[in-house]
Write a protein that binds this ligand. Structure first.
Ligand SMILES: Nc1ncnc2c1ncn2[C@@H]1O[C@H](COP(=O)(O)OP(=O)(O)OP(=O)(O)O)[C@@H](O)[C@H]1O
Length: 241
């Protein structure tokens, strides 16, 4: 089976000379469809860099990134942009919802941008919102929604269409712990539907929802563990205590 995401010896260098930062160093990672992988590590260890390179928002300095078996560096700029719109869903901490659009319009927007007719896009958006328990909120604007609801709208937007890969950076960052757990349950369920998920988190408790936890230190993947080792052993692995 072709992995949904594969990083091969990916290195990312920012700057040069005295200001050079090696944000990622020869990182290898394979994520299959249906799998949710958590990325943990200290601040500055390269977690967000890994996510943005996996999502083709930045290019690796060297190494290869394959999404659903296709090497991103071999694609034209247009094809890469289409891949970003169609195949990859992004959930970032600030949600990035457009304030002037309702929940349903926010979810439908990427589909419409991709050429889906407005009526069909709205139908798909409403179904995604329904699956996330948000039917009653479909006509509300972002500032009329709670933080947890906004996050669920962002996830609905990230999974509509024919997504292969879901990338989430601290997806529960601004949420209280009960809502954070609900969001994790949702990400878990979404991935079980066949999408490959990669999420960055600082929270070992939340990472224990993942199938696998990858630890980064100074840009290198230093360890991978399989829950249900449990949050405590994750902490031990992370801190080396
Ligand atoms: N655009 C950039 N230009 C220069 N350096 C950068 C850039 N983006 C990231 N870096 C550097 O690369 C390293 C890795 O950053 P990254 O944001 O990936 O870490 P992180 O593990 O996500 O950190 P945090 O947990 O604090 O968000 C850091 O030293 C950071 O300062």
């Amino acid at each position: 089976m072709t992995a949904r995401l594969e990083l091969r010896q990916v290195t990312k260098v920012y700057g040069s000379g005295p200001t050079e930062v090696r944000a990622l160093e020869q990182a290898d990672l394979v994520v299959e469809g249906g799998e949710l992988v958590a990325i943990m590590g200290p601040s500055g260890s390269g977690k967000s860099t890994l996510l943005t390179i996996a999502g083709s928002l930045e290019q690796a300095t060297s190494g290869q990134v394959l999404v659903a078996g296709t090497d991103l560096s071999r694609m034209s700029g247009n094809d890469r942009a289409r891949m970003r719109r169609r195949a990859i869903g992004y959930v970032f901490q600030d949600f990035n919802l457009l304030a002037g659009l309702t929940a349903a319009e926010n979810v439908a927007l990427p589909l419409e941008l991709d050429g889906v007719r407005a009526r069909a896009a709205r139908g798909i958006a409403l179904r995604a919102l329904e699956e996330l328990g948000l039917s009653a909120r479909a006509g509300r604007y972002p500032d009329e929604l709670s933080g947890g609801e906004r996050q669920r709208v962002a996830i609905a937007r990230a999974v509509v269409g024919d997504r292969q890969l879901l990338l989430a950076d601290e997806p529960t960052g601004a949420l209280d712990s009960a809502t954070g757990e609900a969001v994790m349950r949702l990400l878990r369920a979404t991935c079980q539907g066949g999408i490959a998920g990669v999420m960055v988190t600082h929270d070992a408790q939340l990472a224990s929802w993942a199938d696998r936890v990858v630890f980064l230190r100074d840009g290198r993947i230093v360890d991978q563990t399989m829950p249900p080792a449990g949050p405590e052993s994750l902490l031990t692995a992370e801190t080396g205590r």
